[in-house]
Design a protein around this ligand. Structure first.
Ligand SMILES: C[S@@+](CC[C@H](N)C(=O)[O-])C[C@H]1O[C@@H](n2cnc3c(N)ncnc32)[C@H](O)[C@@H]1O
Length: 233
């Protein structure tokens, strides 16, 4: 079994009973996220944990596919959805690395408290960018340990070795923003409720086709200023 899945399986029950650490900030993140939703919005959430956020958002969208590496987390999420009579959220045990989603098929992707837990966040961000329709959004909330707790770089591998910590990557908010913009996202919203708290970002995929069309046209014109006249001939 994948060591990450093993770690999260082990703590799933305890995790489900923990109250949200900062309820006011959580509610604000839900509120901002919903300003991007419409009744026909198609969503993927990866690293959904025990499903609370997907269930909370379910009345505001058409469908949410929520995945998590831990089958125990998914079991708890399915139980909660069943109790709440939620019919437009599907839960699946899967990873962001393995999940197969057609390109440009989603309006929104949520990745909350997860990017710092991935071996290759850049790969995940690029994959999310491909899944999104032009104009679609990637909503993230990420603990950027590189800004406030750099020492985790030393202790995280030891903690992981003894099964006391999950895989943890240390990077700054600036590095995260650079990974998002390098993948082609524009930052639409950015908020950190306080020092050391997770950085909440809504990154938007550009209305790419129009933009690329305009860029190609400008490039073609630079290479051959008479092009327009030629194309009329
Ligand atoms: C800190 S919890 C966050 C859960 C939830 N998003 C929240 O905000 O409460 C991280 C979750 O990511 C899951 N996870 C870790 N690596 C993953 C991966 N590669 N793909 C999908 N889920 C993963 C874990 O099982 C865990 O449920």
């Amino acid at each position: 079994m994948n060591p990450s899945a093993k770690f999260w399986d082990k703590i799933a029950k305890r995790y489900s009973k923990q109250p949200v650490a900062d309820e006011a900030s959580y509610q604000e993140k839900l509120r901002v996220t919903r300003t991007y939703f419409r009744p026909d919005t198609e969503v993927l959430e990866f690293g959904c944990g025990t499903g609370s956020t997907a269930i909370n958002h379910s009345p505001y969208v058409r469908h949410i596919h929520a995945i998590d590496i831990s089958s125990k987390m998914i079991e708890i999420a399915q139980e909660k959805a069943g109790q709440g009579d939620v019919s437009n959220v599907s839960f699946e045990q899967s990873t962001i690395e393995a999940v197969s989603v057609p390109d440009q098929s989603l309006d929104a992707v949520l990745g909350l408290s997860i990017l710092h837990l991935l071996e290759n966040k850049e790969g995940a961000i690029e994959k999310v960018h491909r899944m999104l329709k032009p104009g679609g959004v990637f909503v993230t909330s990420t603990t950027c340990l590189g800004d406030s707790m750099k020492f985790f770089k030393l202790i995280a591998p030891i903690g992981k070795l003894f099964g006391l910590m999950p895989l943890l990557k240390v990077f700054t908010a600036g590095e995260l923003l650079a990974s998002l913009t390098d993948a082609g996202f524009e930052i639409d919203h950015q908020w950190q409720p306080g020092k050391g708290k997770a950085v909440f970002i809504v990154a938007k995929k550009a209305e790419q086709q129009q933009r690329m069309g305009a860029t190609l046209e400008a490039l073609a014109h630079q290479c051959d200023p008479d092009r327009k006249a030629h194309s009329i001939e």
